[in-house]
Design a protein around this ligand. Structure first.
Ligand SMILES: [Zn+2]
Length: 343
């Protein structure tokens, strides 16, 4: 007969469920939540007390440019000069960098994410097939999940390249329609749909782009949309397409935003940290930045980094999902400082 030694541990506080916060505790062993949410007080002293939530999902990163952050350069604060392909500083530095330098940067960011309670990220990987392999190489010994969205190496559609990209990634994540020849981007979107993979797109970040052209591509996910009109947001909401916003990046670029309208339309929101050359990939810092605007309740924002992205990206959760082996985190109530990551 085998004896399984269970060394139960507890965390207590306000537990974020799909229906909001419930006061109670979780019991767990070796990182596995055993019973889900329990009411009352735990039989033993908890290892941490605070806000308890599933680990975070960072819904928008570009980890490939992490190495630039560690160069401590003074970066231009406008989107065109810094990140727009192909002439933005980011793309010039990426071209000059060695693979070793890029990999080390990505590994630093991966470490920062796991240390800050993120268990999965959705990366918009540049540099075609090579870019995917670089990311996978960097992730080799790292305990984090990923949704990798790749993109063609040139701004054109090539059937064979797209097949290879889709075989090796979860879908395609492109820069905005303004960078593309409409016929090329249409062919890409159609191909991705046919293969039943994710198709995501940056949209209306600095200028408002044509919503018909965007929606005709049937994206699964839109990033930014902060320059979109109320009518555009309503259309996106009707089509039930989640929008990823990256508040700290908008602050960096001094971009006007329509977050108030987004809140009003009720469009599903996810949070991301965007270019790792600018900000650390800690999505809780996006929650803090957005919470300070006073537009959103804390519960709502924490849901936007836990349950909403899991639904949008088809991932499970530990507290209510089928997979109870996933991790949870505990944050300090007022500062949102990370107190505990389940192991
Ligand atoms: Zn982006």
């Amino acid at each position: 007969m085998f004896l399984t030694l269970v060394h139960m541990k507890y965390v207590q506080g306000e537990i974020l469920t799909k229906d909001g916060f419930i006061t109670g505790y979780l019991d767990f062993d070796k990182g596995r939540v055993l019973e889900g949410v329990r009411k009352g007080t735990p039989p033993e002293k908890p290892v941490a007390k605070g806000l308890i939530l599933p680990t975070c999902i960072n819904a928008h990163t570009h980890l490939g440019d992490s190495f630039i952050r560690f160069k401590h350069l003074e970066l231009p604060c406008n989107v065109k000069d810094l990140v727009a392909p192909p002439a933005g500083l980011k793309h010039r530095l990426l071209k000059e960098a060695s693979e070793q330098e890029i990999l080390e940067g990505i590994r630093m960011s991966l470490g920062e994410m796991t240390a800050s309670g993120t268990s999965c990220f959705c990366d918009f990987r540049e540099s075609g097939l090579i870019g995917i392999f670089q990311l996978k190489k960097a992730m080799k010994y790292c305990d984090i999940d990923s949704v990798v969205l790749s993109r063609p190496s040139q701004m054109i559609y090539e059937k064979e390249e797209l097949d290879k990209l889709l075989q090796n990634s979860d879908g395609i994540g492109l820069s905005s329609i303004s960078d593309w020849e409409p016929s090329e981007i249409e062919k890409i979107a159609k191909h991705v749909r046919k293969k039943k993979k994710l198709f995501a797109l940056h949209a209306s970040e600095v200028v408002c782009e044509d919503i018909d052209q965007i929606l005709d591509l049937h994206p699964n996910l839109l990033v930014h949309m902060i320059a979109a009109t109320k009518a555009d947001l309503d259309r996106v909401n009707d089509a039930n397409i989640p929008i990823v916003v990256c508040p700290r990046s908008y602050m960096f670029f001094h971009l006007k935003n329509n977050l108030k309208l987004m809140k009003k339309t009720g469009v599903p929101l996810l949070l991301g940290t965007d270019n790792a050359m600018i900000n650390t990939p800690d999505v809780i810092q996006e929650v803090q930045a957005l919470f300070k605007t006073g537009l959103f309740a804390l519960e709502e924002l924490l849901t936007n980094v836990t349950y909403t992205p899991r639904k949008a990206l088809n991932l499970d959760d530990c507290i209510q999902g089928r997979d109870l082996s996933e991790k949870f985190i505990v944050l300090e109530r007022d500062s949102l400082k990370l107190l505990y990551v389940s192991k």
